[in-house]
Design a protein around this ligand. Structure first.
Ligand SMILES: [Zn+2]
Length: 318
């Protein structure tokens, strides 16, 4: 059942309704014409915050953008939807005026906090815009020679302006693994230092250079909890633009049960059976990861294996 779901149901922040129209990124005339096209829409990002309306992303027109155009620091062709070109725009974080203007139009919010209130297409387009805005902000200078860079190809490349360099820089995504470790009727959850009280989640960490994702899963589980795992099964993946990760979700079978935490990595880890997870969550002593996260999806799928719906048991919308 877990495998069927992984194929049919997308995770949050993926499966946007905007089509990425890659070929248009190099079509300079077409891009220029979009400036004067009243159908063009912009997805603003300011200080990593996104603009939302009632239950959806708020896309703005050039007219609404008005004088704020001067504070646009990067502009990215995200794609096209219903005949409208959609651009992500990064507004100058140093300009309070940009934030105030956006607040007149809607709510400026951290996408991670509000995604669950939005439709999935909105969450996906905001995630795309936020990730690209972050990348531009981090790559204004060439990492090879230090000269300024300039956006090209609809904002999907930054070219170094250094005369003897001219290197092209491309958007980066950092792979991270996230794994639900299970053994018999129990699963392993842990909590990091500084998390909200009661919150427990699946083990996660970044893939290191020179490491396969399977190696990363084994290393992270062993480092954080001392548990040795056997088979590692891929489940699904999720773009996680906070700021630039791709979460690769797994389920793994534990070969050992004795937990030894690394206090530098996490502050607690424990085994829970399904009833304990439900009872402690309903009692308010345990907090599970947010519904929009792949961590929650991994838990949902682990419950599904026994024909139990975690959402139903908790009395929340699936
Ligand atoms: Zn350079």
């Amino acid at each position: 059942m877990a495998h069927e779901q992984a194929v049919t149901s997308p995770n949050w922040f993926e499966a946007g309704e905007h089509v990425r129209i890659e070929a248009r990124r190099r079509d300079v005339e077409w891009l220029a014409a979009r400036d004067n096209d009243p159908r063009t829409r912009y997805v603003p990002v300011w200080r990593n915050r996104s603009l939302v309306g009632a239950g959806e992303a708020l896309l703005v027109t050039a007219e609404e953008l008005g004088d704020l155009e001067v504070h646009v620091q990067s502009r990215v062709l995200l794609g096209e939807r219903d005949g409208s070109a959609i651009f992500g725009i990064e507004l100058d974080a140093g300009q309070e005026q940009a934030g105030s203007w956006l607040k007149n139009l809607g709510r400026l919010a951290d996408l991670r906090e509000v995604a669950g209130e939005l439709d999935r297409a909105s969450a996906a387009v905001l995630a795309h815009a936020r990730a690209m805005a972050f990348w531009h902000k981090q790559h204004r200078y060439c990492g090879a020679c230090g000269a300024p860079t300039e956006a090209r190809e609809g904002g999907h490349v930054r070219a170094c302006l250094g005369e003897s360099c001219g290197k092209s820089h491309f958007p980066r995504t950092d792979p991270a693994v996230i794994v639900l470790v299970a053994r018999e009727d129990r699963c392993l959850l842990g909590r990091s230092n500084g998390w909200p009280p009661g919150l427990f989640s699946t083990v996660a960490g970044f893939v290191e250079p020179g490491e396969s994702i399977e190696d990363a899963v084994r290393r992270e589980v062993a480092e954080e909890t001392g548990i040795v795992i056997g088979a590692v099964d891929y489940q699904s993946s999720q773009p996680w633009p906070f700021p630039s990760s791709l979460m690769l979700g797994f389920q793994a079978h534990a070969l050992t049960t004795e937990i030894t935490i690394d206090p530098h990595e996490i502050e607690d880890a424990a085994w829970f059976n399904r009833d304990e997870l439900v009872e402690q969550t309903l009692a308010g002593t345990l907090k599970l990861p947010r519904g929009v996260s792949i961590a929650r999806r991994l838990l949902d799928e682990w419950f599904d294996e026994c024909g139990i719906s975690l959402a139903e048991r908790l009395g929340v919308a699936g």
